[in-house]
Design a protein around this ligand. Structure first.
Ligand code: ADP
Ligand code: MG
Length: 314
């Protein structure tokens, strides 16, 4: 019987089709499932999980492509389902723990720092008074800070505070959009005009593709209008991205890296655990979905399942 892989996605489209085709090419089957539609029913099976399309069975593996936003309880429950699958022995790619580490920007920054991976100085606190004091002190030293939503993505909600182009910029109210806390990171000024950063994709511990994201605006996300350009994967860039993915325990990761002035010319600013790769695929000569699927089947599944079982299902 073909391996059955659950692709957890809140919306289907290019990425899920790419994954399904790559799985098909390996003789496996990828079925898209919305985590919001999975449920717990202890009357149905020994394990108590109901995953639409899998009957009473569990998938052989799962790929997490998207988790819809929702209430604190809903998101906790959806992540709980991924934790449960891991505890039941189903390889989840990326694991819920890795997703939690990367979704929470403060946890990412702290783990990178503790692992010795170069990242800009970063602060996160719940006290608005403390945050204001920090912004004033940094501003007085002529520096700007980036205020980011803790669970932000696609460059949304980023603001410069402190000393911005020589003018003082105060911290805004932290409630709406910032979850009543301040995640602040020292602003690393662009070294060129237009400025850029790199997105490096790490799969199974190895950096496999990179692009430069170039834009006049200092927020270089493709979703904010940056242009993706092919970029050579030089050894220093590859090694740094691999270190960052390892520090967060990721199977695969999209690592954002900024160029900076000496003494640390490369700084990791973010590690994406549910990374999109549409932009990167446009400038990459090989198929990225296939690289992900090969890593899942040949490394993760082979490691966690007895070889004989995998072979007889193939
Ligand atoms: N500390 C910083 N200094 C300079 N630019 C930054 C800094 N942090 C983020 N940026 C810019 O903003 C973009 C988005 O920030 P990031 O932390 O990756 O959040 P998101 O999850 O929204 O992508 C980065 O790709 C980079 O171009
Ligand atoms: Mg980013």
């Amino acid at each position: 019987m073909a391996l059955r892989v659950a692709i957890f996605a809140d919306e289907t489209g290019w990425h899920t089709r790419q994954l399904q085709a790559a799985l098909r090419a390996r003789g496996a089957q990828g079925r898209c499932v919305d985590l919001a539609e999975c449920r717990i029913d202890t009357g149905v099976s020994w394990h108590g999980l109901v995953i639409p399309g899998f009957g009473r069975e569990l998938p052989d593996a799962a790929i997490v492509r998207g988790i819809a936003g929702g209430s604190f309880e809903q998101v906790t429950r959806r992540l709980g389902l991924l934790h449960a699958l891991r505890e039941l022995g189903v390889p989840v790619y990326n694991d819920a723990r890795a997703i939690e580490r990367s979704v929470d920007k403060a946890m990412t920054s702290q783990l990178l720092h503790a692992a010795g991976v170069p990242t800009p100085p970063t602060w996160c606190c719940e006290s608005a008074a403390q945050a204001r004091r920090l912004v004033m002190a940094e501003g007085a030293a002529g520096r700007a800070l980036v205020l980011k939503p803790l669970f932000g993505s696609q460059g949304k909600g980023l603001r410069l505070v402190g000393s911005v182009d020589g003018e003082p910029q105060a911290l805004p109210a932290l409630d709406a959009g910032y979850g009543c806390l301040a995640y602040l990171q020292r602003f690393i000024p662009p070294l060129a005009d237009p400025g850029f950063d790199w997105r490096v994709l790490v799969v199974g511990g190895r950096a496999i593709a990179a692009m430069r994201r170039v834009s006049r605006h200092w927020v270089h996300n493709v979703a904010q209008g940056a242009r993706g350009e092919p970029a050579p994967l030089c050894p220093a860039l590859a090694a740094l991205a691999e270190d960052a993915a390892r520090a967060l325990g990721m199977d695969y990761a999209g690592v954002d890296i900024l160029p900076a002035a000496a003494p640390t010319p490369l700084l990791v600013i973010e590690v994406n655990g549910v990374a999109a790769w549409h932009g990167l695929q446009k400038v990459t000569p090989f198929n990225i979905a296939r690289a992900l699927v090969h890593d899942l089947l040949d490394r993760r599944l082979a490691r966690e399942r007895p070889l004989a079982e995998t072979a007889c299902r193939a």
